[in-house]
Design a protein around this ligand. Sequence first.
Ligand code: ACO
Length: 401
Amino acid sequence: IDITKLRAATKGVITIDPGYKNTGSCESAITFLDGEQGILRYRGYSIEELAAKADFLEVAYLLIFGELPTKEQSEKFHNDIKAQAVVDEDVKKILDAFPKSAHPMGVIASLTSALTAFNPSSVNVDSEEDMYKSVVKILGKFPVLVAWTFRKKEGMPLDYGDNSLGYVENILKMMFKKPNGEYTQNRILVDALDKLLILHADHEQNCSTSTVRIVGSSHAGLFASLSAGISALWGPLHGGANQAVLEMLEGIKADGGDTKKYMAKAKDKNDPFRLMGFGHRVYKNFDPRARIIKKAADDVLGDLGVEDPILDIAKGLEKEALEDSYFVDRKLYPNVDFYSGIIYRAMGIPTDMFTVMFALGRLPGWIAQWREMRLRKEPIGRPRQVYTGATERKFVSIDER
Ligand code: ACO
């Protein structure tokens, strides 16, 4: 499409599309998504193959730079990230100022934004080299912020990880290392987290990614744009669904495990209850990520020897929904978040940290989309509207109202 010609031909015409259900905001070469057929590819590689064969940092490189890294590129990228895996000591003071009850998503959004204050040079990124510096900075520092947010909540001392480990291995160690330094690595958990992060790494122009692009389009810095994206992800209709799913499943269990009762509530238009983890704006057949995660949940729980009644409730709901015309007619299938919480729970991650783990996975996607937007020199995002308010009115002074 020749956008300039299209604009000239439609000058003055404003399309209205609430929720942007049918509006493309940009051209992008990062992620391909076919909602009808349940296909998801990063830079042309299928999500199934990447989840089975790649590690998270390779996928991050692929998303951001467009190609799978060679051994040398991969090593350099990881070393550059490791060199940035520290934060200013004063960040601890900010973290300390939050109450223990603070939601980790609010904390992590604030800390990410605060990074701009500690790294003012990360804002003006006119060259690819400047961009690269900001990219490795945030990939190094964000896991520290995630681990510290978790440790503060758990009352554990704030500490750094072990840079001799792989990226994902180090994240788990930073989170779970006991105050006395004890830590035993569990390969099953490392592999499961690697897979989960890969599956969450990008999803084209979803709510949080569009937020990152639109904030970044004003040339606000990367960290400020990411902080806005984290806030967008927090909502229960988006990334916050993983927390909402587990709370829903726990609620059903506490209420006697009657899944049929909750299926009826979800279908009742006078009841605000929705089956969390079901439905997707784009996938209208199945969510390919949900398939992989469902199997991973089975494997992880099996390998760890955990029997979780919550998993049985989840499977029960899925089975009933697949046989129910309300869900079938509306093409409502489990999405990526329906099973991810069950794995996080088995890892010992508290429910209110689930969406933070999602943010950790989505970080490379947000970065890739921001970088693409800046390299393509996209104009500032500025939608129009159709005004439906009052026509011109005369001001009435306060005594006469
Ligand atoms: N439970 C019950 N009914 C539902 C559900 C649900 N989870 N999701 C959609 N519906 C119904 C709607 O009530 C509507 O019914 P109607 O046509 O009779 O009015 C129909 O299905 C279409 O739903 P919309 O809300 O119009 O679909 P939309 O594309 O706007 O919303 C969304 C998609 C937000 C994901 C929605 O399905 C939802 O709220 N799901 C639960 C929350 C969730 O799991 N979010 C995570 C999404 S994945 C992610 O962000 C990582």
